[in-house]
Design a protein around this ligand. Structure first.
Ligand SMILES: Nc1nc2c(ncn2[C@@H]2O[C@H](COP(=O)(O)OP(=O)(O)O)[C@@H](O)[C@H]2O)c(=O)[nH]1
Ligand SMILES: [Mg+2]
Length: 428
């Protein structure tokens, strides 16, 4: 899809504010896979009820759409259903407003049942008035279904849809209430089976999460392994591979200009961060407002119950900062253990990868396992679960010195116990 980002700038909004918001919308569009082919703006004191842009401007926009072969206009405001409807008709392209764009992103990121219900409620609340507008525009000939199925006579399409939407929202809300308890137990269970080493990238839109995800995992392709194929498309393994294998997930980004009505949906989509044992919090160090964003991210993570999940603070885009050395020193002093880097520098990405791998390796233990010659078919199990440091023949089998996750090693030790009284070799 080819999209034009467009907005009216009101006198109360500074140029910097206006540009930042449009840049964010552009990034959100890219997140959805749209190609942004143009930017269209107008300074206007207010919008009238029927038309978002002024008359002459709409003509201009229409031409620009033709020239740039755009399919889509993205408006950087929440506009009214009739404004959207009229604009689309007039310029001959689909119109999506900021709220719609964000809802679409949340929809894609809603991985838990809780998040899906939450996002659907927000979507229905948003769609309701728009369906009504469409029904109104379709005119009286669309007064269908009246009198059938025991419906009161003369009930319009719009009214029917409105009631259906209201019923569906009530139903979803009841589901949500029921899930609050369930979620608590789910979370506990998740923590139990945290066998998989997972790191989630969190932070604001445009901080560089997706770029880092690609750099860290070394590919655009999905993890082919069947075990992981069921996970969503935003999960990939660290590459080159580490032991244990670490999965990286790209979470939905925080949004600076988030419509108030979408806050609950946003938080619910962050659920995926709770499945991680490590949160890599990516911050755009070149953004003048990054300190504030950092604080907001921490607050929200605490709120959704991720308070105790360890964090690795990653200050990205340091190449974009004028006083790089100075800022680097200040950040390291203020946030001990943080990583200051640029996704554009290979060495930096390697450092980040090493820091993540180290996090999952530091709790590892060493042990000796005994694999009888008669059970060589089980070699794979050992090699998949931990790193084999050394192997030597001893008696009826092989003695393997391994290193791995404490839990995994404990389990293996029970299964591959050394014979009770092996003849110990003397000290080397
Ligand atoms: N100069 C520079 N640009 C970066 C860096 N990391 C990411 N970017 C760019 O910043 C933009 C947003 O990155 P993206 O990964 O999509 O951010 P996300 O919204 O957090 O997923 C893209 O145009 C990236 O190419 C960096 O370290 N330095
Ligand atoms: Mg992204």
């Amino acid at each position: 899809m080819r999209a034009i980002v467009a907005a009216v700038q009101r006198p109360s909004v500074s140029d910097a504010e206006f540009d930042a918001s449009l840049a964010e919308l552009r990034q959100l569009a890219k997140t959805l896979g749209y190609e942004v082919v143009g930017r269209f703006t107008q300074k206007r004191a207010g919008f009238d009820a029927a038309a978002y842009f002024g008359t002459g401007k709409r003509e201009e926009l229409k031409n620009e759409i033709l020239e740039s072969r755009a399919d889509l206009v993205l408006i950087d405001h929440e506009i009214s259903p009739s404004q959207a409807f009229n604009l689309a008709k007039e310029v001959g392209a689909e119109v999506m407003d900021r709220t719609m764009v964000i809802l679409e992103i949340f929809h894609r990121h809603a991985s838990s049942r809780f998040a899906r219900a939450q996002v659907e409620i927000a979507r229905l609340g948003y769609m309701g008035p728009r369906l009504r507008e469409a029904a109104k525009q379709a005119g009286p000939k669309d007064r269908a279904r009246s009198g059938t199925g025991g419906r009161s006579g003369g009930e319009s399409h719009g009214e029917l849809d409105r009631r259906k939407i209201r019923d569906r929202i009530t139903e979803l809300q009841a589901d949500l209430d029921g899930m609050v308890l369930e979620r608590k137990t789910q979370r506990a269970r998740r923590q139990e089976r945290q066998g998989l080493a997972r790191v989630a990238l969190v932070g604001y839109t445009n901080a560089g999460k997706s770029t880092l995800m690609r750099a860290l995992t070394g590919s655009e392709v999905l993890v082919a392994n069947k075990l992981f194929a069921t996970l969503d498309t935003t999960v990939r393994a660290l590459h080159p591979e580490t032991v244990p294998r670490v999965l990286v997930s790209d979470t939905v980004g925080f949004i600076k200009n988030l419509p108030h009505g979408l806050v609950a949906s946003f938080k619910s989509t962050l659920d995926e961060a709770l499945e991680a044992s490590l949160l890599a919090h990516v911050v755009d160090a070149a953004d003048p407002g990054f300190e504030r964003q950092l604080a907001v991210t921490d607050e929200v993570l605490d709120e959704i119950g991720a308070k105790d999940v360890p964090r690795l603070l990653v200050f990205n885009k340091i190449d974009q900062v004028a006083n790089e050395a100075e800022l680097r020193a200040a950040l390291l002093a203020k946030h001990p253990g943080c990583i200051v880097m640029s996704a554009k520098r290979e060495g930096d990405v390697a450092r980040l990868r090493a820091a993540i791998a180290e996090f999952f390796q530091k709790d590892q233990v060493e042990a000796e396992l005994f694999l009888p010659w008669s059970a060589q078919n089980r070699r794979g199990e050992i090699f998949a679960a931990c790193k084999v440091l050394e192997e030597r023949a001893e008696g009826d089998g092989a003695l393997l010195r391994v290193r791995g996750d404490a839990e995994a090693v404990k389990r293996l030790r029970k299964q591959f116990e050394k014979p009770s009284s092996p003849r110990r070799r003397g000290p080397r």
